[in-house]
Design a protein around this ligand. Sequence first.
Ligand SMILES: Cc1cc2nc3c(=O)[nH]c(=O)nc-3n(C[C@H](O)[C@H](O)[C@H](O)COP(=O)(O)OP(=O)(O)OC[C@H]3O[C@@H](n4cnc5c(N)ncnc54)[C@H](O)[C@@H]3O)c2cc1C
Length: 388
Amino acid sequence: MASIELSLTEEQRALRAGVLEICKRYPGEYWRDLDTRREYPEKFVTELTEAGYLAALIPQEYGGAGLGIREGGLILETINYSGGNAGACHAQMYIMGTVLRHGSEAQKREYLPKIATGALRLQAFGVTEPNSGSDTTKLQTTAIRKGDRYVVNGQKIFISRVLQSDLMLLLARTTSVDQVKRRTDGLSVFLIDIRDLQGFEVRPLRMMMNHSTNALFFDNVEIPATSLIGEEGKGFHYILDGMNAERILVASDSLGDARWFIEKAVAYSNQRVVFGRPIGANQGVQFAISRSHVSTDAAQLMRDKAAALFDAGQPCGGEANMAKFLGAEAAWEAGNACIDCHGGYGYAEEYDVERKFRECRLYKTAPINNNLILAYVGEHVLGMPRSY
Ligand SMILES: Cc1cc2nc3c(=O)[nH]c(=O)nc-3n(C[C@H](O)[C@H](O)[C@H](O)COP(=O)(O)OP(=O)(O)OC[C@H]3O[C@@H](n4cnc5c(N)ncnc54)[C@H](O)[C@@H]3O)c2cc1C
């Protein structure tokens, strides 16, 4: 039976301390500078990888630490709590799950140990397209089998960390929608080596935050047939299998953001004196921060519940979705309380509040928007009609 631990175990505390130690070497100035230049935190991600943290979820037999999703979440949460941005590297933790669960033994042996050491980076996940965002089954990128290759044609949008990855997990249609029984069939997942791919173009997009996001163009791109993961046509189901891990890990990013905002807001409002007293003595300031703390603790309980169920191998779709929703909303609430109590300084780059405010906003929208989480809860948890 799954049970929620209300405090960290000794091993988890040590894990957190190890990540914090690395994060201390990458203060606000580091992230701020990269944010201005929209550059990837290469040094930070390399150090984190070399210390083994990004291989936390890879089983020991493939060179990883074989830890649970609770520990994976703790690592990401700690990065965001320390003022950094785990969005630069969180995807590797959940993308590799598709390879682990559905890849062949040969694929696992070839890729997972190299991903664990950092010899190969798998940070890119190509799903979203200009004409199919939330409605994934409408995606139009095709991969057509020709002998021992697939030929890929199409476009992707908002695909992050492509220029910083060696490998990408790609979702493409291998059988057209009019030839399958259900539109969720006929999609396939490929693990492709994106170094030196002919006909593949990457166009970086300048986004609201530093997220290394791109538009991708595939023009008769040939990939080996051996890059197919699992069975052809089952890709959508494989991706769905990884959703709970993704939701729990992204909820953890948000929890770290929320805790950073709250700590910063409390410190500032205790020391900033206006009208002869600390601004934190005013209920208008204090209650907004208190409220966001309440939301954050509630979100953490849901994340911990989802993680406990996940790690015990029990169904956790409702909990993982609710954790992602509550986490993103709590971080946004804490971000607003933090920027409000800082007055004009909340908008000044050197305080980092505006940067974290931009960064935390993403998780209300991606990897899935919170409206669709509510749709999931309505349909799958409450048994209401499908709303879309
Ligand atoms: C910085 C960034 C990085 C990203 N990185 C990646 C990546 O690495 N890989 C990848 O594949 N994708 C990535 N994405 C894409 C992201 O997952 C999508 O933006 C998201 O899934 C929503 O798709 P969309 O933008 O097409 O919005 P749409 O699907 O067009 O939806 C627009 C809005 O309409 C609302 N909406 C739509 N349908 C419904 C409905 N039925 N009920 C209620 N409301 C609805 C939602 O609120 C939604 O926000 C990234 C996005 C961003 C912004």
